[in-house]
Design a protein around this ligand. Structure first.
Ligand SMILES: Nc1ncnc2c1ncn2[C@@H]1O[C@H](COP(=O)(O)OP(=O)(O)O)[C@@H](O)[C@H]1O
Ligand SMILES: [Mg+2]
Length: 302
């Protein structure tokens, strides 16, 4: 591939949420701050939402890495689980054995013992759920029951929900209003602006070992921004394709033609060319009508 051509040690734009590539975008930093603060104050439910590809799983992994040692974490990456499956998954993560066919009551007892034992060792338990929009409604209710355990000052089991905006629709259902009221901290991830796309791309190139001149110019990054609307995953897809195209032509930098081809080849990218032509057309129409008004005024207005 193009590693040798550009003098880099690994592919800079893979789609895996690898924390060594983390770039502290303001919105991501803020999300982590909100999470840390909320978890340290012992709040019950915390929610982080964001569109597909905005960095939720990456933030999830950063959080798992950065939580201090006094937090015990249970991580559920794929929560399309029935209440019984969810209870089993949580028990497994916390090292608790359940009998076959354990119900909510047995689960609550066993988990309670474990969480209290951990609490006595000054440890707090955090359940982190990614893709939470996939949780069935009954499982969300089972989650609420899990967090009923509390001391006078704090919850013994805290839950962080990461999800796509559909999670909010689900939480808006009347049968989930009790849980909705328990969400005391929430944060919505923002998309990057054009300047941040440029910094983001440079950052990933540097982490991959690139030391040369800017491969993606600010002008190229503007087009990347327009086509991706600032979504990191789409930027990654486009940049990878741009590098392949530049390499294919033996070029040392990425130009607008490469970006245009990458956009054309990417379903998730928005066509920039058409919106550019639309803008030109609108500008032309505005100029024409201004000219017509001026002529009409010159002729009849005086
Ligand atoms: N702040 C960031 N720094 C570096 N890479 C990021 C950042 N945010 C997102 N990405 C990258 O964008 C891609 C999509 O992120 P991901 O966490 O999988 O999104 P989501 O879970 O919201 O769909 C991944 O390759 C991830 O590494
Ligand atoms: Mg994800």
């Amino acid at each position: 591939m193009y590693l040798y051509h550009f003098g880099i040690k690994e592919l800079p734009f893979t789609l895996t949420p690898n924390t060594s590539y983390y770039f502290a975008l303001p919105s991501h930093k803020e999300a982590l701050n909100v999470l840390m603060t909320a978890l340290k104050t012992g709040e019950g439910f915390i929610k982080v939402t964001g569109e597909v590809g905005t960095g939720k799983t990456l933030i999830c992994r950063k959080l798992l890495n950065e939580l201090p040692d006094n937090f015990v974490t249970a991580y559920i990456p794929n929560p399309y689980l029935s209440p019984a499956e969810l209870r089993r998954a949580v028990a497994g993560e916390l090292g608790v054995q359940l009998t076959d066919g354990a119900d909510q009551q047995e689960f609550t007892q066993r988990i309670q013992q474990q969480v209290i034992a951990l609490h006595q060792q000054q440890k707090a338990v955090v359940l982190i759920i990614d893709e939470a929009q996939a949780l069935p409604v009954e499982s969300i209710e089972a989650l609420r029951l899990m967090t009923n355990l509390e001391t006078e000052s704090r919850k013994l089991l805290q839950v962080v929900l990461f999800g796509q905006p559909e999670l909010d629709d689900k939480l808006g259902l009347p049968e989930l209003r009790q849980l909705k009221q328990r969400i005391t901290f929430s944060y919505t991830l923002k998309l990057m602006d054009s300047h941040q796309v440029h910094q983001y791309v440079q950052h990933r190139m540097r982490v991959a070992g690139y030391r040369g001149q800017d491969l993606f110019s600010p002008a190229v990054c503007k087009v990347l921004f327009a086509a991706s609307r600032g979504t990191p995953r789409v930027v990654n897809v486009l940049c990878h394709k741009c590098l392949m195209l530049a390499f294919g032509e033996g070029k040392s930098g990425v130009d607008r033609k490469h970006v245009a081809m990458a956009i054309k080849d990417t379903e998730a990218a928005h066509s920039v060319a058409s919106s550019h032509w639309q803008r030109l057309l609108i500008a032309g129409l505005v100029l024409l009508s201004a000219g017509a008004l001026y002529l009409a005024y010159a002729r009849y207005g005086a």
